[in-house]
Design a protein around this ligand. Structure first.
Ligand SMILES: [Zn+2]
Length: 139
């Protein structure tokens, strides 16, 4: 009786395995994870795939599908977005340092939170006296 149960279970499992699943794509921050229908996992970037096919032909099923799904384009966009955030973050650090140096020179006592506030409202037309006024106002 138990033997029969196991047998029927095995048949069911085999039948479920037969239909081929499509490759599954998961977009990550810097790459795309590809779970192939064969069970292998590959990593696609904007100019590569970790499968053997790609290294031979510079093109493969995974890369082609990722491009057709618009995922390669998505990767590019994510990269550009990340770069612009990094640049503006760097500019912010430089501006803050310039404000600190300026206030030190003027022998003005300041706190870091004041520097933060000034940096946020500072524009290209902000004059040195405006900065000094802001320090007083924010104290
Ligand atoms: Zn591939």
């Amino acid at each position: 009786m138990i033997g029969t149960l196991f047998e029927s279970h095995d048949i069911t499992t085999m039948k479920q395995k037969t239909p081929k699943l499509p490759d599954q794509f998961t977009l990550q921050e810097t790459h795309i994870d590809v779970k192939s229908s064969s069970g292998n996992v590959y990593i696609v970037t904007k100019s590569s795939c970790t499968c053997i096919g790609y290294s031979f032909h510079r093109e493969c099923r995974h890369y082609k599908q990722a491009r057709e799904l618009g995922l390669i384009e998505q990767l590019e966009k994510q990269r550009e977005k990340k770069l612009s955030i990094t640049v503006s973050e760097h500019a912010r650090v430089l501006r803050k340092e310039a404000i600190r140096q300026f206030l030190k020179k003027k022998q003005v006592i300041f706190t870091e939170s004041v520097i933060d506030k000034i940096e946020k409202v500072m524009t290209s037309t902000t004059k040195p006296e405006d900065v000094l006024r802001m320090v007083v106002e924010n104290e």
